[in-house]
Design a protein around this ligand. Sequence first.
Ligand code: DQA
Length: 147
Amino acid sequence: MNKPVLIINGPNLNLLGTREPHIYGSTTLAEVEAMCRARAEKLGLAIEFRQSNCEAEIIDWIHKAISDAAGIIINPAAFSHTSLAILDALNMIEQPIIELHISNPHKRESFRHHSYVTFAATGLICGLGVNGYVLAVDAMADLLKAE
Ligand code: DQA
C-alpha cells in the first residue's frame, strides 16, 4: 500500500478562517483539508492532514514519518522561526519536504524572515494564500513521481 503524504499544520492554524483574516483569509482549516483531499484523490495520493499547537507532538509525528510517510508538507507556523528541534527532526527525513506558508513571511516583520525549517526543505511555497496547499500537493506528486 502507498504511504500517505503527511500534511502538518503548526500552532494557531486551527483558527484559520477567523484568525487575522486580512492576512490568512477566511477559509477554515477543515476547508483547506477538503481542498487537499480533493486534489490528492485526483492524483492518486493518500494524505494525512494534521494540526497541533504543541511542538513535541509535531516532532513525534515527524519521527513516525521517517518510516511511515511518502513525504511531508509542513506549515510550521510560528515554529518555523523558533524551532531548531523541528529542524533536527526534519533533518532525519529522506523523503521530500515542502515548507508552506499562507502569507509571504518575507514581506512581513523581520522576525519572520528566518525559518529553521527551510534548511531541511526540498522546496518552499509562500504568499499564495491557502491555494498554496493545493500547489504543494501537486508539487509533492511531481517529486514522488520523479523518485
Ligand atoms: C505562517 C507565517 C508565520 O510567520 C506565522 O507565524 C503563522 C502562519 C503562514 O502560513 O503564513 O502562524 O506560517
